[in-house]
Each structure stands twice: as structure tokens, then as C-alpha cells.
Design a protein around this ligand. Sequence first.
Ligand SMILES: [Zn+2]
Length: 460
Amino acid sequence: MKSDKNIRKIIHEKCSDYYDEMEQFLKELVAIPSVMNKAEINMPYGENSAKVLDVFLKKAENLGFKTRNIDNYAGTIDIGEGKPELGILCHLDVVDAGKGWNYPPFELTKANGKLYGRGTTDDKGPAVSVLYGLKAAEETELIKKPVRFIVGCNEENGSDDLEYYCKMEDLPEKLYTPDGQYPVINIEKGMIRGKFRKKFSDFQSEKSILKIYGGNTVNAVPSEAFAEISNLTEDEINIENGFSYEILKSSIKIISKGVSAHASTPDNGKNALTALIELLSHMNFNCEASDALKSLSQIFPHGETNGEHAGVKCSDSKSGSLTLVLSVLELDNNNIEGIFDIRFPVNFKSEEINNKIQKTLESHGFEYQCILASEPHYVDEKSEFVQTLLKVYESLTGKKGNCIAIGGGTYVHNTAGGVAFGAEMPGKEYNIHCADEYTVPEEMILNAEMTANAVIEICG
Ligand SMILES: [Zn+2]
């Protein structure tokens, strides 16, 4: 390796020396709530996203880098001239704070050896580490080929910052993002989101389902679902674990509680919606709504996450099994409407999966509309680029480096050959997108070292 033991030691010292500066800068960035907002003139994602980009690029300039603001969609920070040999990609936008924080989400708080705040891991913290890692690498005077650090402002809302960037410039062929996890994510499953619907002609009957609603996030296993039912007596409700009920004025409300999980890992959750559907499908209603629920309980049986009964079960050795989550459902007087989220393995195409589920839903009388289809992302594990990143990981952690496949999409999903390299350590939970998101000082330093060593390996 080019970054031999000696160089690794020098880099470790430099990055450790930069730690206080890194923490101070992260504090500044966390204080800017760069959640996507209404577009304003020359600010496509609102004022705070433009501000965080400006602050970041100014810091990079002060550290001696050449920078460029691409119309407040993204920015570039360059080492060297000409076509970049390596690109590193981070995002400066964050998701909303949400509820349940023990610390102020938009103030960096140091407690129990951790740094709490929105964006500390996703992805402002890693962005700061990359910046100082580049600085450390540059100071070694070992970089011979150009490197480009790209910071975008729209990863959390569809990554159209990258689309805009690609209209202006090509992305480097070798590209990684510390917006996922270590060691290297080289496989991301494909994704389909579909909407189905059935209209009712008769609705009110003696005992009927007035309403069902559950799930408000397309890409998550719903943790709560509700049904309101008229002319039902308390004795008729066969309440099992996970359900409760409330007596309303002219109906009974059944509440189903589950456990939320990301749609790419549905086995970590418990679907409150499919549980409710199953419960209701066993009760005796005489209405079209009830027939529709029976169909849904056949297509999306409670506890099944591999899409078997929807007709889409498949798997491959590279990326594992398809996953399917019924994530949103709404039923009222006129119709029933639902949305599901599928993550499918890399050896398949969205069209074939989509056709299959369409056939299943239509055979049960549902109208179907595909609302999103994205093909899988795959980068060869044996490529020199991926192998180099794995070696850097191994040399700095002493752990075995291997590639991983995930169901979620990272920032590089729609790029030609990009992979995710960090910044989460395998098996650790950093509460990204949740309350009390955090990073730790040692990992900020380590992430900077990963950057510096990777840059020296690839561009030295
Ligand atoms: Zn992210």
C-alpha cells in the first residue's frame, strides 16, 4: 500500500490535531437547520440549504481549497487541476428533527462521550471529516492526481442536486460517499412503489367498516393502524395481543400497534396494518369493504415480507430476497386505497416485478398504478477501486473488510459506479433520521483518516 504504516501514523496525528476544529465546525453546521424548504430565488431548496452550503464552501476556501457553488444545488471542493481521478460525495441537507429528542436537535451537545444533533452522522459529521481528511492528505504532499469533493443539498428529498450537477459536469468514475456504512456497500436493491385502489358501490350495511387508516410513510413498516366499525358489540371483538379498542359515539375504534422499521428491513418491524387487516378479515361483515380486506389479507398476509402471495417472491445470491411492505392504507365510504414498497434483488428488473404484482392486484379487482420504479445498483466487488477501499478500512480498523448489499438506496444509487464507504460502523446504531442522532469524536477522526488514506491510495 502507498499509505504505509508511517504515513498512516502521520495522518493519524494530523487528523487528531484537527479534531477540535472539526468539532467546532460541526457545531456551526448543525446549528443551521438545512431541512428542505420552499424554493426561493436562486435557492432551490430554501434559505437554510443555501446557507449551509455557503458556510461549508467558505471553510473549505479558508483551508486553501478551490471551491465552486453550483447554483446552490451543490458545491465542489477541488485538489489539483483537470479531470478528477476520484470523487467523494456528501450531503449537507438533513431531515426534520421529529419528536422525542433528549437534546436540542439543532445544537451540537456533548454528553456521555457522544456528539448529539441532527446531521451529526447523516451526513454533516462525515462531510466535516472528509474536508479535514483532505486537508491532512494534501499536507503530506503525496497527492498526484486531482480529487473532487462534492457536497449536495438535496439527498434527503430525491437527490435532484446530483441530477443538476450532472447536467453541468460528469461525475468521476471512481466515486464514493460516506453516507452509508463501512466496510463498502456495493449492492443496492431495486425499488418499486405502487398504489392500488378499489371503489365501492354499496357501502353501508348493518355492521360495517366505516374507516381504516394506517401508515403515513411510504418507506416504513407502519407502527399504528386504526379501524372504525359501526354496530359492533364489545363481545364481538376478539381482542388479541397488539390490539386495543375505544368506544366512540356511534362506533368502536380498533387500534393496532406494531413496530416500525425501514421498508428495506421489514423483518425488524411488525406491521400494524396487515395485523389489523387480518383481524378484520376474520370478522363477519357483509359489505364490499370486507371483501376487499379479505383480498388484501391474501395478497399481503400478516407476517410475510417476501412477497410470496403477491406473486413477486424472488432472490439471488448477491443481494438476498425481495422484501415487500404494505405501508399505507386508507378506507372510507367510497373506496379503499393503499401503497406498498418493494425492494428487489439485483438480478431482476423493475418491469418484471411490477407486471407480476399488477397482475395479482388486478385479478382481485384493484386498479393499479406504479408510482416509482428504480433499478438495482451494482458495482463489481473485484474492481480495483472497491478492493482499495476495503484495504484502507482493514488497515485502519484491523477488521476484515467485505462488501455488503442493502435494500435501501444511498446517495450513489443512480450513479454509474459509486459505492458507499462509511460512515457508520457495522452493527452500530446512530439514530439517523430519529431522535438523538449522534456521532462520536473518535469516529470523526477515524473518518478523516479513512478519507486521507483512501485519497493517497487512489490519487497518490
Ligand atoms: Zn444521508
